[in-house]
Design a protein around this ligand. Structure first.
Ligand SMILES: NC(=O)c1ccc[n+]([C@@H]2O[C@H](COP(=O)([O-])OP(=O)(O)OC[C@H]3O[C@@H](n4cnc5c(N)ncnc54)[C@H](O)[C@@H]3O)[C@@H](O)[C@H]2O)c1
Length: 383
């Protein structure tokens, strides 16, 4: 199919991501069919879209006519998967991060969608090839990884797996440009892609520090907030759900390296059912609203240079593997996280031998092979 022959987009799953992707597609003039498993979930997604579109109109960002067109002609909803995809040119699944659920959905979509349609997954961590093989059109399967909240975050990682054709990649990139998003190509099917993959080892470092009694979650968050970050990493994990972190770590441990397994601190929270904001208790107590972190509890053992070092090392591994270009790392981090500075830009202040020695020290201290400096870091190639 040609690049610009996408006119109908089916979004499967109307949750946090699905409703957001549907909204930006509607705003760019695509005909959108939004699908979810029941009326309750579907209506919730529609309400969120309507609310957000209403605000855009109030602010004068869209006109009353545009809103009318979206509500009248462009937008359809259904709870039936066949109905949702039967006329679609592009299908984007945004259902929960459960591999068997997504595989089953890929089979159902493949059976009901027109032969020319492209099928994309918005998975945050999983390899695209986990799903392409479930279809009879593996060349038309790719990753389109949007960031939350979709309306605000500019980045979409466009991910190629071994099966994905270049035509499908071009169609994905073209679609992102129509949405006025910043697309970054990910050329290899690496778990976590760019942003999540680069951030994964810093999570592992923080869990190792807590498990070793070097710092508490509150001390980590207080120290990170000292540099002006609005939320610390443990509060963010509470906010998104500790189960999300747990499943991501488990998947990386199975597919990348055993060192990515969740630390004891995470396992204990999962066992106790303390998943963060949604259960009222996680690393912090959310029962009375946002937890008050004691910002005086900073801890010198929490060295932000260590967090940057393990992320740069992971980024260098991605470049070595040919998953992306060096320049795309910072484009992805800035547009996908809202951080004003890119990772590689921050790392340029570090001397390559110091960076390599720092990584060796962390690897030794926490017994993690994944922190060992990769070859290009030793050679100072990206700094
Ligand atoms: N939330 C984030 O920050 C974020 C960011 C990027 C990517 N993602 C990824 O996007 C995907 C969706 O995440 P989310 O946060 O929107 O989840 P969510 O739980 O907010 O929404 C998922 C929706 O899918 C629906 N659903 C469940 N099974 C379904 C099925 N068989 N068919 C149709 N709909 C079904 C649910 O009813 C729910 O409305 C996941 O793969 C996640 O990893 C999430």
């Amino acid at each position: 199919m040609g690049n610009n022959s996408i006119s109908t987009v089916a979004i499967i799953g109307a949750g946090d991501m699905g409703h957001g992707i549907a909204e930006v597609a509607l705003l760019s003039g695509f005909h959108v069919v939004l699908q979810d498993i029941n009326d309750g979930a579907l209506n919730k997604g529609v309400m969120r879209i309507n609310e957000s579109l209403g605000k855009l109109q109030e602010k004068g960002i869209i006109s009353a006519e545009q809103l009318q067109t979206i509500r009248g002609d462009l937008f359809q909803t259904t709870t039936d998967i066949t109905d949702a995809v039967k006329n679609a040119d592009l299908i984007i699944e945004a259902v929960p991060e459960i591999i068997e659920l997504k595989k089953e959905l890929f089979r159902a979509i493949d059976a009901a969608a027109p032969a020319h349609a492209i099928i994309a997954t918005n998975t945050s961590t999983m390899r695209i090839s986990d799903f392409s093989g479930e279809t009879k059109r593996p060349d038309k399967v790719l990753g389109l990884h949007f960031f939350n909240p979709v309306i605000m975050m500019k980045l979409v990682e466009v991910i190629k797996c071994g099966d994905t054709s270049e035509d499908t990649m071009r169609a994905g990139l073209f679609f992102c440009s129509m949405l006025k998003k910043t697309a970054v190509r990910v050329e290899k099917d690496v778990p976590g892609f760019i942003v999540n993959r680069v951030q994964a080892p810093s999570g592992i470092l923080l869990f190792s520090m807590v498990d070793a009694g070097v710092a508490t979650p509150e001390e980590v968050d207080a120290t990170v907030r000292m540099i002006g970050m609005p939320m610390g990493p443990f509060e963010i994990m509470d906010y998104t759900g500790i189960d999300v972190t747990y499943h991501a770590c488990t998947y990386y441990a199975e597919t990348v390296h055993r060192d990515f397994g969740p630390g004891r601190v995470v396992e204990e929270k999962i066992k106790a059912g303390n998943l963060g904001k949604k259960t009222g208790m996680g690393f912090f107590d959310w029962s009375k609203g946002r937890p008050a972190i004691d910002l005086t509890k900073t801890n010198d053992a929490v060295d932000l240079g260590d967090l940057i070092a393990v992320q740069v090392n992971e980024a260098a591994k991605l470049v070595e593997m040919g998953a992306c270009r060096t320049g795309d790392i910072d484009r992805a981090i800035v547009n996908g996280t809202g951080n004003p500075f890119g990772l590689m830009a921050m790392a340029r202040g570090m001397q390559p031998p110091d960076l390599a020695a720092r990584l060796e020290g962390l690897s030794e201290k926490y017994k993690k092979e994944i922190f060992m400096p990769t070859e290009s870091i030793r050679k100072g190639l990206y700094l």
